[in-house]
Design a protein around this ligand. Structure first.
Ligand SMILES: [Zn+2]
Length: 199
């Protein structure tokens, strides 16, 4: 088990660069949620677990002592009760869901993705694209909704993205997104967000 999470992170970081044609937003919007999309970078569960444990250690080393700076503040007990174990592990303990398993990975309906912890709107469906990484990917966030934090865990320098309202961990943002739009790829855990249908 100790060997799995770093790989997920590595995949998040480098696993999506060979699929430029899938990175086009216009092609992504045509993808049917039920269609079978070839996962060109299917991760190994072993890799995932390695990274996962390292992530948890990183969290313990750097406890969330500054959480009172957010408009939405709850005790860890409250968060755990409201979110349930799975979402608590992602949002409050900076966990990473297993790639390819999230409910919004291949979800392309029109609407808004909101924070799973506090319901703040974070991403518009128009900014979602298929990255073939195994996690929901967006090329832009709703202005002011995200806090960016330098993350040096796992021996890498990455940019963690958190909900600016409650401090919930959402995922990371990378510079290998669609070149024809922003060039950014917000790699987000499905468990960290809720979809709000436009209708
Ligand atoms: Zn939030």
């Amino acid at each position: 088990m100790k060997i799995l999470v770093a790989i997920a992170v590595v995949i998040m970081t480098v696993g999506c660069q060979s699929s430029d044609k899938h990175n086009m937003r216009h092609s992504a919007t045509k993808i049917d949620a039920n269609s079978k999309i070839k996962q060109s970078h299917k991760p190994h569960s072993k890799e995932y677990e390695i990274g996962q444990n390292k992530n948890e250690k990183a969290l313990n080393d750097n406890d969330m002592t500054d959480q009172n700076k957010y408009p939405v503040v709850k005790s860890e007990k409250q968060w755990r009760e409201e979110l349930g174990e799975e979402r608590y592990r992602i949002l409050r303990q900076k966990g990473t869901e297993y790639p390819g398993t999230g409910k919004y990975n291949l979800h392309f309906s029109k609407g808004t993705y909101a924070c799973g912890g506090c319901n703040a709107p974070l991403f518009a469906s128009d900014n979602k694209f298929e990255s073939n990484c195994g996690w929901p990917s967006f090329d832009e966030a709703i202005e002011g909704s995200i806090e960016y934090v330098k993350d040096t865990s796992l021996g890498m320098i990455r940019t963690e993205v958190l909900c600016a309202k409650c401090g919930g961990h959402l995922g990371h943002v990378f510079e290998d997104g669609p070149k024809e739009t922003t060039g950014q790829r917000y790699c987000i855990n499905s468990l960290a967000i809720d979809f709000i249908d436009e209708e």
